[in-house]
Design a protein around this ligand. Structure first.
Ligand SMILES: NC(=O)c1ccc[n+]([C@@H]2O[C@H](COP(=O)([O-])OP(=O)(O)OC[C@H]3O[C@@H](n4cnc5c(N)ncnc54)[C@H](O)[C@@H]3O)[C@@H](O)[C@H]2O)c1
Length: 264
């Protein structure tokens, strides 16, 4: 690949949770870099709208309605991509659920089950389904979280699901490597997306114009898209089984609880 060639020219990529936020930004960037994109989301209209955006900009994409927690949906997503594009080169398993409204001590356990089904079971199924068809040279990127590396006081279930996702990535890496496939986790800190109650903003930020994420700021979804593209491309050939933190140093220093600061 010469520096002037598109990163994903002629390659096919699945992005889950591609109807919104980080997934939408990534699906658009994959397409800009020449990928043919399967835009997968639980919400049909959102998936269709992102696929239309890509096609309207001259890219190649199709939408699929898929619940990542269901094995049949994962298999359909993979099979449909291979049928249309002839192969599956990269997968960005990004769909996730926050469950932020859950009270950790008293909340409904159905919310816990939903968090685990989408975030953990969804990734497990996504990897297994992709590996049915992915050839040597393929790459899988999974969206974990900075909350997959440190705890989240307000949301233990979410943090546990993302820790488990990091565990999946690390554990799958040697097995997938035997088949020439890499798998890495992207661990965002706060990102300005609907998941955290922030409306989608203009995504047309040129990659070279993205500002540094300052300490304490939430990133733009496009910041995360660039890291996902890097991890999915052969430029990260030396990276495997990694949990790549992209949190603007949010978790880099201790923030001691008030009680420790004041007791005398
Ligand atoms: N926004 C943040 O601050 C932040 C921080 C760390 C990690 N993350 C992770 O980033 C990923 C993307 O989140 P986002 O912030 O872009 O949120 P978002 O809400 O903007 O997008 C999530 C998308 O996932 C889809 N989705 C939800 N459940 C699904 C399912 N069962 N099957 C298929 N699609 C499903 C939703 O319909 C939505 O389009 C998630 O895994 C999330 O946990 C987000």
């Amino acid at each position: 690949m010469s520096p002037s060639e598109p990163w994903f020219g002629g390659k096919s990529v699945i992005v889950t949770g591609a109807g919104s936020g980080i997934g939408r930004a990534a699906a658009r960037r994959f397409a800009q870099e020449g990928a043919r994109v399967c835009v997968a989301d639980l919400q049909s209209t959102a998936a269709q709208s992102v696929a239309r955006e890509i096609v309207a900009s001259g890219g190649d994409a199709f939408a699929i309605t898929a619940d990542v927690a269901q094995e049949a949906d994962n298999l359909e997503m993979v099979n449909e991509t291979v049928q249309r594009y002839g192969a599956l080169d990269a997968v960005f398993l990004n769909a996730g659920f926050g469950g932020w409204a859950m009270n950790p001590l008293e909340g409904d356990l159905a919310e816990f089950d939903r968090i685990m089904a989408i975030n953990l079971r969804g990734c497990y199924l996504g990897v297994r389904s992709a590996m049915r068809v992915m050839a040597s040279g393929g790459a899988i990127v999974v969206t974990a979280s900075a909350g997959g590396l440190v705890g989240v006081r307000s949301n233990p279930a979410y943090a546990a699901s993302k820790h488990a996702v990091v565990g999946l990535v690390r554990s799958f890496a040697p097995t997938l490597a035997e088949r020439g496939v890499r798998i890495n986790a992207l661990c965002p800190g706060g990102v300005r997306t609907p998941m955290v109650g922030i409306a989608t903003e203009d995504l047309d930020v040129a990659p070279d114009a993205l500002p540094m994420v300052r300490y304490g700021e939430r990133a733009h979804p496009a910041h995360m898209a660039e890291v996902a593209l890097f991890l999915a491309s052969s430029r990260s050939a030396g990276v495997n089984g990694a949990a790549m933190l992209a949190d603007g140093a949010q978790t880099s220093v201790l923030a001691p609880p008030t009680a420790l600061r004041t007791s005398t």
